[in-house]
Design a protein around this ligand. Structure first.
Ligand code: ATP
Length: 443
């Protein structure tokens, strides 16, 4: 077997283990499971929601606080149906389409000769009249309901609010609007765990700039986004760019940021050159003037757009895959501490010694006051508790023992052991130093 083939096999196997771990430890559950499930839908459990929130807040902080000229919005999931005509999503409504089962590109059945994908050679689905938009009905009177769609991509609400943001804030071109939000697609072949769902979350930036500066900003955001991903992944070498050759008519270039070790699809985020397409289309369909007048030069133009559109769920899945490690007798999620659901777990050495439990509860409560998510565990032996925390990626475990109480050596009073997830080494430190120690790992 070729080395790459065996690597992909191993990664496939790892994905299955990650899916099982997600279920077993409460990260991700199949949607509507007690009714037999619903393809393309997943629910995040107690640990999954913490990790996903960490991911989203890191992104949000990085976008809006670390980049002065980016502001955020939170747009509605249902928009005026004309939005999807302007965006081009409704156009294929009555066209029979075929979808490649391998690369998931869709083609008009009329344009395809034969039954294989012209891009990757994969086999194609039967032609079907379908549209990826998920329709819904608005109104309470049965015969008077209006057709609408759940948004097929989160970015459209940013274009709709471009003028509102310009009018209500102090931003000037160039600037960005970012958003985290749900998107819905009637994917023909949902599957591969979180990779291809029908309901998923995106984090998007739309960067508005002068047409003459597109090249500069495209390169800037392409590198910035890659650097961000590198800062959160366990093995940054597993990230790469994929350059698209087939481009939309308005695009000069398009890149994906990929998780290259993925055994299934690799795309995690698209960096798109959207030119003036979106604002021109919305100006045309809404009849509103969406042009920009430069306050200094008085030049009037339609802003061009660089888009960075990433999948929160795909990133979540790739982070899990990247962190999953098997060592001798333990499974460790070597998650970046900033991403890990819990930052620390606190244990009393023994459950049946009230003085140990009371002291450990005090340490636990004090650490919780920092606002960090802290786990408590008093079951079974310490070794098992360590392994249980390793499997969910908790970077540190703190044990309160008899030395903490000062019973054998008064010098050790009010000290605890802190054990590192990755190296498994233990240190004895003062309870008063714990907060600083943990905060340092999160910088
Ligand atoms: P694909 O080619 O895989 O269908 P796309 O190019 O249509 O994806 P975009 O429309 O550019 O994807 O969406 C931006 C991001 O949203 C993607 O990079 C991906 O991370 C995420 N995404 C898109 N579709 C799905 C889906 N069905 N399930 C989960 N995440 C998705």
């Amino acid at each position: 077997m070729l080395e790459t083939e065996s690597k992909i096999m191993t990664e496939q196997n790892k994905l299955e283990k990650v899916v099982a771990l997600c279920k077993r430890r409460g990260f991700v559950f199949p949607g509507s499971e007690i009714y037999g499930g619903l393809a393309g839908f997943y629910d995040f459990g107690p640990l999954g929601v913490e990790m996903k929130n960490n991911l989203k807040s890191l992104w949000w902080k990085w976008m809006t606080k670390d980049h002065e000229d980016v502001v955020g919005i939170d747009g509605a999931i249902i928009t005026h149906p004309k939005v999807w005509e302007a965006s081009g999503h409704v156009k294929n409504f009555v066209d029979p389409l075929v979808e490649c089962k391998k690369c998931h590109h869709r083609f008009k059945a009329d344009d395809i000769a034969g039954d294989t994908c012209p891009e990757c050679g994969g086999s194609l689905t039967e032609p079907k009249t379908f549209n990826i938009l998920v329709p819904t009905k608005l109104g309470v009177i049965e015969d008077e309901k209006t057709d609408a769609y759940l948004r097929g991509e989160a970015c459209q609400t940013i274009y709709l609010n471009y003028k509102n943001v310009l009018d209500t804030t102090r931003v000037k071109i160039p600037f960005g609007i970012c958003q985290i939000g749900k998107a819905f697609r009637n994917e023909v072949t949902p599957g591969n765990f979180l990779f291809r769902q029908r309901e998923f979350e995106q984090y998007d930036l739309q960067w508005f700039c002068h047409p003459s500066e597109m090249e500069k900003w495209f390169e800037y955001w392409k590198e910035e986004r890659m650097n961000w991903y590198k800062s959160i992944f366990t093995n940054p070498d597993n990230l790469g760019f994929y350059q698209h050759e087939k481009l939309a008519h308005y695009a000069k270039k398009a890149f994906d940021i990929e998780y290259t070790a993925s055994p299934i699809g690799k795309e995690m985020e698209g960096i798109h050159w959207r030119g003036d397409w979106d604002l021109s289309r919305h100006a045309e369909y809404s009849g509103q003037d969406l042009s920009y007048t430069d306050p200094e030069t008085n030049e009037k133009f339609i802003s061009n757009i660089v888009e960075t559109s990433g999948g929160v769920d795909r990133t979540f899945m790739f982070l899990m895959l990247d962190a999953y490690t098997e060592e001798d007798e333990r499974v460790v999620l070597k998650l970046n501490p900033k991403i890990a659901p819990y930052k620390v777990a606190v244990f009393p050495l023994l459950k049946n010694k009230p003085e140990l439990v009371a002291k450990a509860r005090e340490v636990f409560k004090n650490l919780k006051m920092t606002g960090l998510n802290i786990a408590w565990d008093e079951r079974g032996n310490i070794g098992k508790r360590y392994f249980s925390q390793d499997e969910i990626g908790t970077p540190y475990c703190v044990t309160v023992d008899f030395e903490t109480l000062g019973e054998s050596d008064s010098d050790k009073k009010d000290t605890v052991t802190i054990r590192d997830r990755d190296t498994m080494t233990q240190e004895r430190i003062a309870i008063s130093d714990l907060k600083a120690y943990i905060q340092k790992s999160l910088e």
